[in-house]
Design a protein around this ligand. Structure first.
Ligand code: SF4
Length: 261
């Protein structure tokens, strides 16, 4: 399928998915595959025990909506703009079959130059070190790249840009108004030179390579096809900061450690 038909058919294909994967899931999100690389047991807990809202998640969502505000558009408009504009950026849902899975995702921004995707941009907010790129973040961005390629886009020049932004950084009116445009200009103009520390955020730039994304998805696939049980975190620090620490059967924190009574 070419990318135009892929975008036009997403809505119907999204609605027609059958719940044929683990936990009755019909489509596997790029962020969920990324999360499997943090702790697959935690992914399992989100389905079996329910998602739990945390302060970090709420703050991250709020910063996203402030820094990445865009006007609404339609699939046909997105197609037209990609075909006609020298530089165009948008956030829209992606969907493709891959191996035995149906993959989905909605990158924060995809930047197109002369009709081809040049950057997948994923904004991550953090209260710790912005210079660190975590495996789950990298995997999520790679899966977006794979989705674009499987949808028919030319990804030969695609780069993955993970932007780690301080959670308590500058979000003044001027900063938030200019953030998205400035980010796009920085990436398109500077390319590789855009990487590195930029004050309140750090730009992690990685060349997209299909084989890396395929390897990541193939590992994750066995869990969704129930060929194995979820793999749990081996780092007690992850468990200590986990919202399921008291209920997870694989928690590395003993009950007395988290619940003194
Ligand atoms: S408590 Fe530990 S093993 Fe369990 S879901 Fe959380 S991070 Fe994973």
């Amino acid at each position: 399928m070419n990318w135009v038909d892929s975008i036009r058919s997403i809505k119907d294909r999204w609605a027609s998915g059958k719940p044929r994967f683990r936990n009755g899931v019909s489509k596997i999100g790029a962020s969920t595959i990324g999360n499997q690389y943090y702790c697959e047991q935690k992914v399992e807990m989100e389905y079996t025990a329910g998602k739990i809202e945390t302060e970090k998640k709420t703050a991250g969502t709020a910063l996203h909506s402030i820094l990445l505000a865009m006007k609404k558009t339609t699939p046909d408009e997105v197609i037209k703009e990609i075909q006609t504009k020298d530089v165009y950026y948008a956030s829209f849902p992606l969907l493709a079959n891959f191996s035995e899975l149906v993959l989905t995702g909605k990158p924060d921004v995809v930047i197109f130059v002369k009709g081809s995707p040049l950057f997948v941009v994923e904004l991550k907010t953090t209260g710790t070190d912005i210079s660190k790129l975590w495996p789950n973040q990298l995997v999520q961005a790679r899966v977006y790249g794979l989705l674009l390629q499987e949808m028919g886009f030319d990804c030969s020049r695609l780069k993955l840009a993970v932007i780690s932004h301080r959670r308590n950084g500058d979000i003044s009116g001027e900063y938030r108004r200019k953030f998205l445009d400035s980010m796009v200009k920085l990436l398109v103009k500077e390319r590789e030179d855009a990487a590195g520390n930029r004050g309140d955020f750090h730009v992690h730039l990685i060349d997209y390579a299909k084989e890396d994304a395929v390897a990541n998805v193939k590992w994750a696939e066995d869990y969704w096809l129930s060929k194995r049980q979820p793999i749990s975190a081996r780092n007690v620090g992850k468990c200590r900061s986990c919202e399921y620490v008291d209920t997870c059967p694989a928690s590395l924190v003993k009950p007395t450690e988290s619940s003194p009574e």
